[in-house]
Design a protein around this ligand. Structure first.
Ligand code: FAD
Length: 458
């Protein structure tokens, strides 16, 4: 059976795949209920259209342009328009406008009028707490002055196959993995990268140079797989910088997120011949099954998110000032109860992820800053994703992992008085990312069975 070989940080004794799958079976019903039936958790607020890719000129990466679409699907012009990549990647459903700050200030606690999606009162999803915090692992969605972003219905825009591919998608993934180069001597420290302020400024140029430099050193995935440093080996490796735990955790989080996205696009795949949405086993085989490390990273992320959600539970239970529906106490209480049902299930297993082992050694604090800055860069990179739906889920999941890391590393275990605020968008992102991982675990299990059935007895 599979085993997450992460002795140092995930407690092996209880973190086998089957343990996590069992946990998922218990958590999933409550989690699905939360993200599918509550207004608060089924909508997300983000700046989806107003930010430009800060790292490169993304004209080529846009799926809306014909070049990208032609590149991604064979015989694109033969495909009915509604199935083309540019169409598939579009958002569906009305987008709601934020009521604007002045209105919030005037009526901070009353329900706000205006509709969100279908019959959704804005009081359940409106955001009041906008402060930035040094301890954020993501660029806050409201970083850009002025716009408050758009609310998007997550239910109406499921994460699935969009046809987004080619150079645009590859550039983003390549850049995500290059952020993994924690090489302090020969490589610019990401603290400087973390401050890329505006599109196409000088810092953006720096980043380009960094990408080129990193490209020369890039480790091919096949090499990576055979690299003895890749698996999470025993604690003995931790003192060597090259093998540092933080770097490997960063890589695993990114790869696990990538694997989850791949799982969803293979699971909810458009058969271009029949026009049916259905699982695509060949897609699963070529992107996931043949790369057990990717699947292992997906499970790793599930363990990580489980720990974050479990750890968050008591904070949410104690802090009644977290309101989920400002205008409707009944709905607020119902949503809160659903959140706590999830956190309690997640906390029902022994601790499976030990974050206290990270950022401990000599370089601990600076590594933590480095880690955080790299994570923020990944969050900015999501603005370079040239397909609306992919960008939505890419941003949401990056924010979800960012929130999880914030809970793991900034919510102090020693009960320090000052606990950083978790913004409401972070909460929505965290629970939806957890739900994505839960559905990926489910899909992987089903894919395994489908593949076994297709291949017959060995
Ligand atoms: P890619 O998935 O693009 O991978 C590029 C390279 O990265 C691979 O060749 C491999 O070397 C390496 N790699 C692949 N998987 C992993 C892993 N798990 N860990 C480590 N390395 C890996 N498409 C959709 O249809 N629906 C979506 O919702 C969607 N969302 C996206 C969100 C983001 C943020 C991005 C960047 C892309 C998204 N895409 C989506 C596109 C999709 O991820 C692929 O890029 C696309 O399907 C092309 O796949 P590919 O086979 O070329 O390999």
């Amino acid at each position: 059976s599979f085993q997450i070989s992460l002795k140092a940080i995930v407690n092996d004794a209880c973190a086998s795949y089957s343990t996590l799958e069992r946990l998922n079976r218990n958590v999933k019903p409550a989690l699905d209920e939360l993200v599918q039936t509550t207004d608060f958790f089924s909508h997300y607020r983000l700046n989806l259209f107003s930010k430009k890719c800060p790292f490169w000129d993304d004209e080529n990466g846009m799926c809306g342009n014909i070049a990208c679409a032609v590149e991604t699907l064979d015989n694109e012009k033969d495909i009915p328009e509604v199935w083309r990549a540019s169409e598939l990647g579009k958002l569906e459903g009305p987008r709601a406008k934020h009521p604007g700050k002045s209105m919030q200030l005037e009526e901070p606690v009353k329900p706000l009028h205006g509709k969100l999606g279908e019959n959704v009162g804005e009081s359940c999803v409106v955001e009041y707490d906008d402060e930035c915090d040094d301890r954020d692992y993501c660029v806050p969605e409201d970083e850009r002055a002025g716009s408050k972003g758009d609310y998007v219905s997550l239910l109406r825009n499921p994460e699935r196959f969009t046809g987004y591919a080619g150079d645009g998608a590859r550039n983003v993934w390549d850049a995500v993995y290059r952020e993994n180069c924690f090489q302090k001597s020969s490589f610019p420290h990401s603290a400087s990268l973390g401050k890329v302020p505006t599109p196409k400024g000088p810092a953006a140029m720096d980043f380009k140079a960094v990408i080129e430099a990193a490209g020369r050193q890039q480790v091919l995935e096949s090499e990576r797989q055979h690299n003895p440093l890749t698996p999470f080996v025993a604690k003995t490796g931790l003192e060597h910088e090259d093998e540092c735990l933080e770097k490997r955790v960063f890589y695993r989080v990114m790869s696990g997120m990538h694997a989850s996205i791949s799982t969803h696009l293979c699971w909810d795949f458009l058969n271009q011949t029949t026009g049916k949405w259905q699982p695509n086993v060949a897609c699963y085989k070529s992107r996931l099954h043949q790369f057990p490390d990717r699947i292992s990273n997906l499970y790793f992320n599930y363990a990580l998110l489980t720990r974050a959600v479990a750890k968050l539970g008591p904070y949410l239970a104690q802090h009644e000032d977290y309101t989920f529906c400002t205008g409707d106490p009944g709905q607020d209480a119902a949503t809160r109860a659903k959140v706590l049902a999830v956190t309690e299930e997640a906390a029902s297993v022994p601790q499976i992820f030990d974050e206290s082992l990270m950022f401990k050694n000599g370089e601990g604090p600076s590594l933590k800053e480095d880690f955080r800055n790299r994570f923020r860069n990944v969050s900015r990179l999501m603005d370079c994703v040239g397909c609306d739906k992919c960008r939505l889920w890419g941003k949401l999941q990056t924010a979800g992992y960012g929130a999880a890391l914030k809970v793991l590393f900034e919510f102090d275990n020693n009960h320090q008085p000052e606990v950083p605020v978790l913004k409401r968008t972070e909460l929505v992102a965290l629970f939806n990312t957890y739900a994505r991982l839960g559905s990926s675990l489910n899909a992987i299990q089903k894919f395994r069975t489908m593949l076994d059935d297709a291949e017959g007895p060995k």
